[in-house]
Design a binder for this molecule. Structure first.
Ligand SMILES: C[S@@+](CC[C@H](N)C(=O)[O-])C[C@H]1O[C@@H](n2cnc3c(N)ncnc32)[C@H](O)[C@@H]1O
Length: 342
C-alpha cells in the first residue's frame, strides 16, 4: 500500500512514527491499543475500592451507547454544550487565531462542526485533527467532515490523548478542543498529570477550549446519569463485556446491577457495578482471579462537576490563562477558552 506523505500537523521528530491506514486515519507504528489494557485493568481491579479507567468503556458498542446517551432527555450536557458552541463559535474562533483544530476524545465531533463552520468562514483552508481511541468514531467524523467541509484537511489520530497531542507540531497555531466534560472523568491523580502534559505539548500560539459540567442541584445531576430507559446502565455494564472479550475473563452481566449517586463532598457522580451474587472472576491468560463479593461495588466511572471560576484559577497553575468564559442561560455548563502562557 502506498503510504500517505506525513502532514504538517506532526512535529518533525514524530513524522516517521505515524502510519495512515485507512487513508486519513493515523496510528503510531507498532501501537496496539488493545494490548496495554490487560495490566491497567488488573492493577485497578485489585485496588481498594476496586475501580476501572474510563478508557475501557469505549469499545464499538460503548461508543454507540455513548451516542445514545447524548440524545437522552435527562442528559442535558450534550445539548447545553452544543447550544453554547452554536451561539459563541464566532467569538471563540475570532479570539483564537489558529490554522488547526485538534480535538481530544473527539467521538464523532458533532458539536465541533460549529467551530469548523466559523473557522472555514473566517480563515478558509484549515486542518482538523480529532484524536480518539475509537476508530469507528473517527471514521464517522471523517465522513461528515469530507462531506460538509471540503476546505478542511482531515487527519484522524487513532491514539490515546497524550500520544496524540505530543505529536502535534508546536509552531502550528492550534486550538485544542476538549468537550463533553470529559475532564470530569479524570480522577485527582489523572487531572494534574493530564494538564501538565497537555500544557507542555502546547506551543506559544495555542489555545485550549474546555467544556466543563457545573455543580448544580443533585436531582438534575443524578437523573442525567440514571436515565429511565436504562441506557447509562447498559453503557457502564458493557465495560465488563469488553473486558471479557479482551481478557477472556468471566464477568457475569446477569449477576450485577448499576448504581450511581452524587457524592457532594467530592462533587462527582460515581457510577458503580454492584455484584448481585458473588462471583469468582478469572483472568486465565494472566493466571489471576479474585472473589467479587455479593453487594461489593466496582467504581467504573466518575463524572466530576466543576465551579468554573475555581477551575480557571486552578488551570493557571498549568500555564493556561483564561481568555473567555461562555455559559448557557441556566448556567448549567461552561465552555472555557484558555491560552497557553507564552
Ligand atoms: C465522554 S466521550 C466525549 C465525546 C465527545 N467529545 C463529546 O463531547 O460528545 C469521551 C471520548 O473520549 C474517547 N477516549 C476515552 N479515553 C481516551 C483516551 N485515553 N485517549 C483518547 N480518547 C479517549 C472515547 O472513545 C470517547 O469518544
Amino acid at each position: 500500500m502506498k503510504q500517505e506523505s506525513s502532514p504538517r500537523i506532526f512535529a518533525a521528530e514524530q513524522r516517521s512514527r505515524w502510519r495512515s491506514d485507512p487513508p486519513g486515519i493515523w496510528s503510531l507504528e507498532g501501537a496496539d491499543l488493545d494490548s496495554v489494557p490487560a495490566l491497567s485493568i488488573l492493577t485497578t481491579l485489585w485496588d481498594q475500592p476496586r475501580w476501572l479507567e474510563a478508557y475501557h468503556l469505549y469499545d464499538q458498542r460503548g461508543s454507540e451507547l455513548f451516542e445514545e446517551i447524548c440524545r437522552l432527555p435527562e442528559y442535558y450536557l450534550t445539548r447545553t454544550e452544543n447550544s453554547i458552541l452554536e451561539s459563541h463559535a464566532a467569538d471563540i474562533i475570532a479570539a483564537a487565531p489558529v490554522q488547526c483544530v485538534v480535538e481530544l476524545g473527539a467521538g464523532t465531533s458533532k458539536k465541533t462542526v460549529h467551530l469548523l463552520t466559523e473557522q472555514t468562514r473566517r480563515r478558509g483552508r484549515s486542518i482538523f485533527a480529532p484524536i480518539d481511541v475509537s476508530v469507528s468514531a473517527l471514521l464517522a467524523s471523517q465522513e461528515a467532515v469530507r462531506r460538509d467541509f471540503p476546505q478542511i484537511e482531515f487527519h484522524g489520530l487513532h491514539a490515546r490523548y497524550e500520544e496524540g497531542f505530543n505529536a502535534i507540531e508546536k509552531s502550528l497555531p492550534t486550538l485544542f478542543v476538549f468537550l463533553g466534560s470529559t475532564i470530569g472523568n479524570f480522577n485527582h491523580t489523572d487531572f494534574p498529570r493530564f494538564f501538565r502534559a497537555l500544557a507542555a505539548a502546547m506551543g506559544p500560539n495555542d489555545f485550549l477550549l474546555l467544556g466543563a459540567d457545573r455543580v448544580k442541584p443533585v436531582k438534575l445531576l443524578e437523573d442525567a446519569y440514571n436515565d429511565s430507559r436504562g441506557i447509562t446502565a447498559e453503557f457502564i455494564l458493557n465495560v465488563f463485556r469488553n473486558i471479557n472479550h479482551r481478557l477472556h475473563s468471566n464477568f457475569d452481566l446477569d449477576q450485577m446491577r448499576y448504581h450511581s449517586w452524587y457524592n457532594p463532598e467530592w462533587q462527582q457522580i460515581e457510577m458503580f457495578a454492584v455484584a448481585t451474587e458473588s462471583q469468582q472472576i478469572r483472568f486465565p491468560e494472566m493466571g489471576a482471579s479474585f472473589h467479587w463479593r455479593r453487594d461489593e461495588k466496582i467504581l467504573v466511572e466518575i463524572s466530576r462537576k466543576f465551579e468554573p471560576l475555581r477551575l480557571q484559577e486552578q488551570l493557571r497553575f498549568f500555564e493556561l490563562a483564561p481568555v473567555k468564559h461562555f455559559t448557557d442561560p441556566d448556567q448549567w455548563f461552561s465552555v472555557l477558552l484558555l491560552k497557553k502562557r507564552g
